[in-house]
Design a protein around this ligand. Structure first.
Ligand code: DP6
Length: 358
């Protein structure tokens, strides 16, 4: 009987609190600024990917949620697969001549998301992270998650941050080859486990400007982006990292909301302007602002921090003790029967590391 070479890995979604928006190198996916995210809970929002290598396979093939997806030569998927095969050859096969030459076999890859696409959440971050983790496991690569993040980054920028659990920074790096543009863990989930994310699905509509094309338009046309990347983000990265290490929710919340606001301001500063939030998104901001104002007036500090990606859905970070109150507040302002939310609200604790098994 011939040996089966197969491995499965799963990786979670992450939601940025300092946003990545802009590439200085579109092929290598090198960002114009560093970013920082919280990885959400594995059990609820994750992609699971199984890879198999076999000499009988005739081409590299990928199935996404059961449907075959094209692997375009030179495209993002092909780049990740080629890089991982190259690493297999350069490490395991070069060091041990008896190791099976898996780098020469074609691979079959099947990936599933355990959250419906209708949840309106981008799946490229968890998807590419799971793909890279699964091939790394299959090839028994003796490398760190940061090294793997360099490869996942070339699939989708934000994917590099899903290689770690907890609080994760993507350092923009300085090398033109991208070798230092990678993810590091600022703090594990266990450091601050009571920060939860409440996801409010405002719309699951897929229409609109994709992150990839939107951010390049911003790089090409927005004067505000230049100010953001030079004068704003570097200090925010330092301050929010410190806030996380000190479990200082006030500072974490202030910076998170300011950075979401500035990301949407640079989208608006793009020519032609890009609008990701809608009236419901803005109404949720108003509710959170008022809720914090009352809490600050009572001397209780910030209780909630909203953030929005390239779409209208809100993610509200809050300490676990306040989540119930926030859900009640949101539901009272946006009764689900009126259809303000398609299906929904979900609460997600922070997540831990990528899971992998051969
Ligand atoms: C607004 O990682 O999806 O979510 O690198 O082109 O694949 P590509 O873009 P992507 O952009 C994510 C943008 C964002 C902010 C963030 O996650 O940091």
């Amino acid at each position: 009987m011939s040996t089966v070479y197969q491995a499965t890995a799963s990786a979670p979604v992450n939601i940025a609190v300092i946003k990545y928006w802009g590439k200085r190198d579109t092929k290598l996916i090198l960002p114009t600024n560093s970013s920082l995210s919280v990885t959400l809970d594995q059990d609820h929002l994750r992609s699971t990917t199984t890879s198999r290598a076999d000499p009988s396979f005739v081409k590299d093939t990928l199935w996404l949620n059961g449907k075959e997806d094209e692997i375009k030569p030179g495209g993002r998927l092909a780049t990740c697969i080629t890089e991982l095969k190259r690493l297999r050859q350069a490490t395991v096969e070069n060091e041990d001549p008896t190791a099976p030459k898996l780098s020469t076999y074609k691979v079959h890859i099947a990936s599933y998301n355990n959250f419906p696409t209708a949840a309106g959440l981008a799946s490229s971050a968890s998807g590419f992270a799971a793909l890279v983790a699964s091939l790394a496991q299959l090839y028994a690569l003796p490398v760190s998650p940061s090294t793997l993040s360099i490869i996942a980054r070339q699939g989708s920028g934000s994917a590099c941050r899903s290689l770690y659990g907890g609080f994760v920074a993507w350092q923009e790096g300085v090398h033109p080859d991208g070798s230092d543009s990678l993810a590091i863990q600022v703090a594990p989930q266990s450091h601050w486990p009571n920060i939860h994310a409440l996801i409010c699905v405002v719309s699951d509509d897929k229409k609109g400007t994709s992150s990839t094309s939107g951010m390049q338009l911003t790089v090409d046309t927005s004067p505000l982006l230049q100010h953001r990347i030079k004068a704003v983000v570097p200090q925010r990265m330092k301050d929010i990292s410190k806030a996380i290490l000190e479990k200082d929710f006030d500072t974490f919340a202030r910076i998170t909301m300011a950075d979401s606001n500035q990301f949407h301001a640079v989208a608006l500063d793009t020519e032609p302007p890009i609008f990701y939030m809608n009236d419901v998104s803005r109404a949720i901001i108003a509710v959170v602002v008022e809720y914090n104002r009352l809490s600050l007036a009572n001397g209780q500090g910030y209780k909630a921090a909203y953030t929005y990606d390239a779409g209208p859905n809100a993610v509200i970070y809050a300490e676990e003790k306040n989540i119930k109150e926030i859900i009640q507040l949101v539901v009272s302002f946006f009764p689900q029967r009126e259809g303000a939310f398609k299906d929904n609200l979900g609460v997600f604790p922070p997540g831990a590391e990528v899971n992998a098994q051969a």
